[in-house]
Design a binder for this molecule. Sequence first.
Ligand SMILES: [Zn+2]
Length: 233
Amino acid sequence: MEEEYTGIVIRTIHFNESSEIVHVLTNQGIISVMVKGARRYKSHKLSFCIPMTKVSFKVTSSKISSLIDYTILNDYSIIKEDLKKNLWFSYILEIVNKLPDNSYYRNIYNLIDKIFELGSFNNPMLLIMIAQTKLLKIYGVEPELKKCVICGKPNLDFFSISNGGFVCNNCSANDKTNAKPYLDIRTLYYFDIYNGNLNDLSNIDLKDVFLNLKAYYDYYVDIKLHSLSSLII
Ligand SMILES: [Zn+2]
């Protein structure tokens, strides 16, 4: 018995002397594939094990899926070979790899597949900020972006991380901050990545979005993200 999937390789871990365990994001979840003998001399399987590669593949339908055969659909060489693109896309794959169990893998796969497709010829930081904003929902911590999180009025005057959303002038929160970066985050959250025009997002201050999104993740999401400060200065 075998099973067939299409997906994007997000992580590879060495397993014994010559084998690899490869995590692949598919529309059915993150699948772990055992690739026996991947690092053996003249193995044809090593190119399956490189993160940021889109593959279709067949595995055994045993308890531990073992690779039978595969085809590379896209090696995203333009992303891999550009230092900035590579770092940004590694960053989002790290976030995807740490996602909690959920039932949204079809949406997650489509989103990540789309940003990789756009990644070769567009600003990687913009694409990753869109993805990271949308993934807040999967972590179950999406902020209130439409109204004051305390009283429900539609006034988006400030933002409060500890309250998880916008707050109006009349409501008090100890950590009220400038609403602007969160208005940008709201724009990214609702942006239609499949039909929208990325040029419509050219006024967004990505550095501000990155720093505020990081603060929000640090507060609510229990994962450690690598610092990308060298990329945003
Ligand atoms: Zn209020």
